[in-house]
Design a protein around this ligand. Structure first.
Ligand SMILES: [Zn+2]
Length: 244
């Protein structure tokens, strides 16, 4: 969803530059000039100016949210002939809360670009942020790669701190899913052993496959690492029972 911002048309900075969303430390004089410019344009120094300058580039849009917004617009158009202009944005990572205003009837409208879901640690997070971090974790990449890809598309991303916090949430979720899955696989192995009458001293006995490994060498030298990985798989189900 591309939205042009008239206020920024004469901005000498190239908004399509791939590093545009990275925070840069301005020299003191630069900060002073920027402050003066903001005051000249009659804008406030707080969030509104900072946020409205982001009304360029692209955003990821949830189609259900867009449909809700269209319905609000249709209702507005039925009673008012004025047009709604997007004039403010609060960003939350890849998600945005956009505000629009109709000057004729003075109505304000609001559009959240993503749905919110509850994470395993109880925090509500925007779906698109969870999905983006999930994708990076699944491909073995991180915040800087996400930022690089999204900046090429003109999509601002979350801060590194927010990325790490989301990553922790997803990691906790994956851990819980893994523990549940291993417990269920154990119950299934037990049931199969009981059905087959496989017992050892009255305890259901199962056959497992174990494998593991540890580092033996590194660059220009060999050694035995004290840590490693190991898994236990149930033979009857072929499912993971335990991992370390
Ligand atoms: Zn109106």
């Amino acid at each position: 969803m591309r939205m042009a911002n008239k206020k920024n048309k004469n901005n000498k900075h190239n908004n399509t530059h791939k590093h545009v969303y990275r925070k840069k430390k301005l020299p003191l004089r630069g900060k002073k000039v920027l402050k003066e410019k903001l005051q000249e344009s009659g804008s406030q120094e707080n969030g509104s100016q900072d946020n409205s300058k982001h009304l360029t580039g692209s955003r990821i849009m949830d189609l259900e949210q867009l449909q809700k917004f269209i319905e609000i617009m249709n209702t507005h158009s039925a009673v008012c002939e004025g047009s709604v202009t997007l004039n403010h944005e609060d960003r939350a990572g890849l998600a945005s809360i956009l505000s629009g205003h109709c000057e004729k009837c003075n109505q304000n409208v609001r559009l959240e670009t993503s749905n919110k879901v509850k994470g395993p640690r109880g925090y509500h997070r925007f779906e698109c942020n969870l999905a983006a971090v999930w994708g990076q974790m699944a491909t073995g990449t991180g915040h800087s790669q996400l930022e690089e890809s999204m900046s090429a598309l003109g999509i601002p991303v979350m801060t590194k701190t927010s990325f790490i916090s989301t990553e922790r949430d997803i990691g906790e979720s994956w851990k819980q899913m893994l523990l549940t899955s291993m417990a269920e696989a154990g119950q299934e192995e037990k049931r199969i052993a009981e059905e087959r009458g496989s017992f050892h001293e009255s305890v259901p006995a199962i056959t497992v496959i174990v494998d593991g490994g540890w580092s033996k060498r590194s660059h220009k030298h060999s050694y035995n690492a004290k840590s490693g990985v190991a898994i236990i798989i149930g033979k009857a189900t072929g499912k993971l029972l335990y991992k370390v």
